[in-house]
Design a protein around this ligand. Structure first.
Ligand code: ADP
Ligand code: MG
Ligand code: MG
Length: 496
């Protein structure tokens, strides 16, 4: 949101003081990432740098913020129901699998287990994040939140988002900010994302219950990428878990075969026994912060690892079914008239709230809607973003590049993509800090709302909560907003 007087102006001396205060606070409070290889060598993994952050929290309309948070539990329920609707998910995934090997591999693990021994887990856990941008229709009405996407796996930055709210409140408290009517505590709320996500994991851990008979301890297992630069974001969640008395461990997909074993005699419980532990640990809950991208499976061994984990009795966050439910194709199909009713038939108010956040989103298959969208993609590409079934940022094709891209991949692959109308989000002034340098300019923001949901095999919801938020801000000239992908920064809200 734009205000001509925000952020406040400073002279050079004030600005430099604010900058160094901000950097030092980040470094001393784990608002950090490992440095990119281009920035510094990190031979012993002993170095960190501040995470990309915004110096001032961005102005955001309180009413839109409240709306986005209020709809989260309905979204949680929707995606839990989609995950459990095997017929729906199988049909959609089978279509995509024909043109997308990654989705095909995930789906084949899912169907193999379902059609043979069946699943061993009693509960499923979702730690979700629904992402929105404010959309300005240009007709003078107030901007509304429109959904960019819904993430069902590895929804990141909750840990750093909680820290950034503290950072901005600290800069206010310490007097580093200049006087400004917007910069007050009542405009800059505490963000409970880290503790909220940990509380979701804790509910799964408790639902799993104590270990069977032999007194082995239980814990949560984070599946992580090797050389994760964003590890501190994840550590904040594990520290919050530990405050609740629950231990967690970390393991890459590559290391699963040597550290994890299924105990076939005890309902396929998962035992984790890396060399540094004297005794094995029984894993109650597997939290995937890896496994969402083809790059996470460099060899068949990582695919077998995923299969092993999916077979186990441990509660998966997420199961493959829930991961597939987060495909952009599902988001597009849910936007088709009448589809939400399939999953939330008994609750028209939830359906209306969810539908109110939908942006225009179209298939690119050979259905009548798809054929129409293909025409639009070639005739008016400047209105659209083209998305494959991928996560993690940097995969989309924007505007005028769409026609050439579509021609290049060939018509038989088009059904694997969706075409989405560009959300026209208002620009504002901001100051972004990346790798020690502050850049001032025109920026746009994307709000993510976290949610946690635990449900059982019969579809009974045990716990369903909204769990804090994330604001990411990027230069307006950049199409993508991913922080990890190198485009934006972690920001906080200044509610107006
Ligand atoms: P990913 O799963 O890779 O994060 P997204 O759907 O979130 O994919 O797209 C990545 C980024 O592209 C978003 O963070 C946003 O900045 C931009 N983007 C995506 N969809 C739209 C849209 N409809 N309008 C404007 N920008 C968009
Ligand atoms: Mg995503
Ligand atoms: Mg995204």
């Amino acid at each position: 949101m734009y205000s001509p007087k925000y952020p406040p102006t400073t002279d050079k001396a004030q600005f430099n003081h604010l900058l160094s205060t901000c950097k030092d606070w980040c470094l001393s409070h784990g608002l950090t990432v490992r440095p990119p290889p281009s920035f510094s060598e990190n031979p012993h993994e002993a170095l960190t740098t501040h995470a990309p952050v915004s110096l001032y929290p961005s102005l955001f309309p309180r009413s839109s913020f409240d709306e986005a948070r209020a709809v989260q539990t309905a979204y949680n329920e929707l995606y839990a129901r989609v995950s459990d609707d095997t017929e729906f998910l199988d049909a959609l995934t089978a279509d995509i699998a024909q043109v997308d090997d990654f989705i095909a591999n995930l789906h084949s693990i899912q169907t193999k287990i379902a059609s043979t021994e069946g699943f061993a887990h009693e509960f499923s856990l979702g730690l979700f994040r629904s992402d929105y941008m404010l959309h300005d229709s240009g007709d003078g009405t107030r901007p509304i939140v429109q959904q960019v996407e819904f993430n069902t796996i590895a929804s990141s930055f909750g840990g750093l988002a909680s820290q950034v709210a503290e950072l901005h409140r600290f800069l206010l408290k310490s007097g580093a900010y200049p006087e400004d009517p917007y910069l007050t505590y009542s405009h800059i709320p505490d963000n409970p994302a880290a503790s909220g996500l940990a509380s979701g994991l804790a509910s799964a851990h408790h639902a799993y219950g104590p270990t069977a008979i032999d007194g082995i301890k239980t814990a949560v297992l984070f599946i992580v990428q090797p050389n994760e630069r964003n590890a501190f974001d994840q550590h904040w969640i594990s520290y919050s878990l530990l405050k609740l008395g629950i231990r967690s461990y970390r393991c890459t997909l590559t290391d699963v075969p040597t550290t994890c074993k299924i105990d076939e005699t005890r309902n396929r419980r998962l035992l984790f026994h890396p060399p540094h532990l004297q005794a094995p640990i029984e894993i109650s809950t597997i939290y995937f912060r890896s496994g969402y991208s083809p790059d996470d499976y460099p060899t068949p061994a990582e695919w077998s690892a995923r299969h092993l984990l999916e077979r186990s009795k441990a509660i998966k966050c997420p199961t493959i079914a829930t991961q597939l439910a987060g495909a952009k194709k599902v988001q597009q199909v849910l936007a088709v008239d009448g589809m939400l009713e399939r999953f939330l038939s008994h609750t028209p108010n939830k359906i209306a709230a969810i539908r109110g956040t939908f942006a225009g989103i179209h298939p690119l298959d050979t259905s009548p809607l798809g054929l129409q969208a293909r025409k639009m993609a070639f005739e008016n590409p400047e209105r659209y973003v083209l998305k494959p079934q991928r996560e993690g940022g940097g995969n989309n094709v924007y505007r005028e590049k769409i026609p050439a891209f579509l021609r290049e991949i060939g018509e038989e692959k088009w059904a694997g993509y969706i075409l989405m109308e560009l959300i026209k989000t208002p620009v504002a002034k901001g100051v972004i800090l990346r790798n020690g340098e502050a850049v001032e300019g025109w920026v746009v923001s994307e709000l993510g709302v976290y949610g946690t949901i635990l449900w059982d095999r019969e579809g009974n919801v045990v716990k369903n909560q909204e769990a804090g938020w994330l604001l990411r801000t990027k230069g307006r000239e950049s199409d993508e907003g991913g922080v990890a992908a190198g485009f934006g920064c972690v920001d906080g809200v200044c509610l107006v």
